[in-house]
Design a protein. Structure first.
Length: 137
C-alpha cells in the first residue's frame, strides 16, 4: 500500500533561510508538537521520536539541493518506509512557498492501521511550519 499526501504552504522566511533551518535535523523537531514526539533523540544527521499508535519513527536527511529541496527518509514500525520532501520556491526575502510531500510504503494491513496517525503527523508538521516564526534561532 502506498500512502501519499501533499500540501503547498507559505512560510514567513526566504528560501535560503528555510533551507538552512530545515537541513539542521535538530531544528526539524521544532515542527513536531510535543504531544507527537515523545522520546526525542537527535544527532547531526538523524532523529527519532515516539508517535502514539506508531511507535518509533526514524528520520535521516536523504537528499539536499541548496535552497530548492530537502528530502528526509525514514521508517516506522519496521514495516513503513517513507520520504518527507520539501520543495522550496519563491523569490521574496521574507516569505517562500514550500510544497510538502509525504510518501509512505507498507503492507496493506499496516497501512490501514497507520493512516490516521500519518494524517495527524503530516497535518501537525504542516501547521507548525505555517505558523513558525523563529527562523533565525
Amino acid at each position: 500500500m502506498i500512502y501519499f499526501n501533499e500540501r503547498k504552504i507559505k512560510v514567513s522566511c526566504g528560501k535560503e533561510q528555510f533551507y538552512s533551518f530545515v537541513t539542521s535535523v535538530r531544528n526539524f523537531g521544532r515542527f513536531i508538537p510535543e504531544s507527537l514526539r515523545g522520546g526525542w533523540s537527535v544527532s547531526d544527521d538523524a532523529c527519532s521520536f515516539q508517535v502514539p499508535g506508531m511507535g518509533e519513527l526514524n528520520f535521516v536527511i536523504k537528499e539536499k539541493i541548496p535552497y530548492e529541496k530537502v528530502v528526509f527518509s525514514g521508517s516506522a514500525l519496521s514495516r513503513i518506509k517513507f520520504d518527507f520532501e520539501t520543495i522550496i520556491s519563491g523569490e521574496k526575502e521574507n516569505s517562500c512557498e514550500v510544497l510538502v510531500i509525504l510518501r509512505a510504503e507498507t503492507d496493506r494491513i499496516t497501512g490501514i492501521i497507520a493512516k490516521p496517525q500519518l494524517d495527524a503527523l503530516f497535518g501537525s508538521i504542516i501547521n507548525e511550519m505555517e505558523k513558525f516564526s523563529e527562523w533565525d534561532v
